[in-house]
Design a protein around this ligand. Structure first.
Ligand SMILES: [Zn+2]
Ligand SMILES: [Zn+2]
Length: 345
């Protein structure tokens, strides 16, 4: 099969590799679409401290596809059939460390991820255990289903900050993560969503998907036009951009008693400069969110019911053959979410 292997920072090569062998409890999936994630970009750029990858690893973990073969295990407990359209949760935990034993398998000491430690889905086929594989609901497209993993990660972030009906939420950065967060916050009951984003068509999308106020972060008077007397103070602030400036902006603008969620992935060596004293005066809670424990099935429900819309967020689809160009020329940064089409017609 064809697969895109990561050789070294800046170099991904599409080449012929062996199609994965199936373990008894696995299914072989013909990959249709696999999204490019910030994690893939960090690895491609050779950012020190990003996920450890195995030698010549196949990256990619946000995928959807079609079952073409079922492992020999007679106990096919999910009743999968050849031809089923599926998407997958991609993190493996050990099941017996302190964190696994205490309800936090995503913090497992020996966690392994598909597309980093284990070969991923920028390939024509991938073998996945049945318990990590989920049937795509009927009216959800394969393209939208490839967004289940990032949506499930956003959902974990939302789980962590307990939004109540009527809250005022600040969302900084309206790329695919910010636009997903806007929809989740709206559905969770936030009544005033203030979105900040430098690119104008993303601000338009933010309004379309549920933001109540949008601001251009290039404009020095950001937020000065929001009458916080009307909205009430910001009670939740979510950084979806992962820059030092955006994280600090969230901390500065969060109201008293607020929770700040640092969701966007910063560079491994980025350092914030914040004044603990001003955080103390506001009694701020700072939270971070890591991957997607127990959210995959719920993310699929939200997508299939149209509560989270991704068709506007996905803007570009490139064939697997072009993957080096997409990474090297940063084509993933131009518009919205970029998917790689792995299946060849
Ligand atoms: Zn991802
Ligand atoms: Zn563990």
């Amino acid at each position: 099969m064809k697969a895109a292997r990561f050789y070294e920072p800046g170099k991904i090569v599409v080449e012929e590799v062996e199609t994965p062998q199936l373990l008894p409890d696995e299914v072989l999936i013909k990959v249709h679409y696999c999204g490019i994630c910030g994690t893939d970009v960090h690895i491609f750029n050779g950012d020190e401290g990003s996920s450890k990858v195995s030698d010549k690893a196949i990256l990619g973990h946000e995928f959807s596809g079609e079952i073409v073969k079922i492992g020999s295990d007679q106990n096919n407990y999910k009743n999968f059939k050849v031809g089923d359209l599926v998407c997958c949760d991609v993190n493996y935990s050990c099941g017996h460390c302190h964190y696994c034993n205490n309800g936090k398998p995503h913090l497992c000491d020996s966690m392994k991820g598909i597309g980093t430690a284990i070969n991923g889905a920028f390939a024509e086929y991938i073998a996945m255990p049945q318990d990590k594989t989920f049937l795509i609901p009927e009216h959800l497209s394969l393209q939208e289903a490839a967004m289940t993993e990032p949506v499930s990660c956003c959902l974990h972030g939302i789980d962590l900050i307990n939004i109540s009906l009527g809250e005022t939420v600040l969302i900084v950065g309206c790329g695919n993560i910010g636009l997903t967060m806007i929809q989740l916050c709206k559905y969770a009951g936030a009544s005033n969503i203030i979105a900040v984003e430098p690119i104008s068509h993303r601000r338009d999308l933010a309004l379309q998907l549920g933001a109540d106020y949008v601001f251009d972060s290039n404009n020095a008077s950001v937020l000065s036009n929001v009458d916080l007397n009307q909205t009430g103070p910001i009670t939740k602030a979510i950084d979806c951009a992962g820059l030092i400036s955006t994280a600090e902006f969230c901390i500065e603008n969060a109201g008293k008693g607020a929770t700040v969620l640092l969701f966007g992935l910063t560079g491994p060596h980025d350092v914030l400069s914040v004044k603990p004293f001003s955080m103390f005066l506001k009694e701020l809670t700072i939270k971070t969110s890591f991957v997607n424990p127990f959210t995959f099935e719920r993310a699929l429900n939200l997508l299939s019911n149209g509560i989270v819309k991704t068709s506007e967020i996905i803007t570009d689809i490139y064939p697997l053959a072009d993957i080096q160009e997409v990474f090297a020329n940063r084509l993933y940064a131009k518009n919205g979410k970029v998917l790689i089409k792995c299946v060849s017609e």
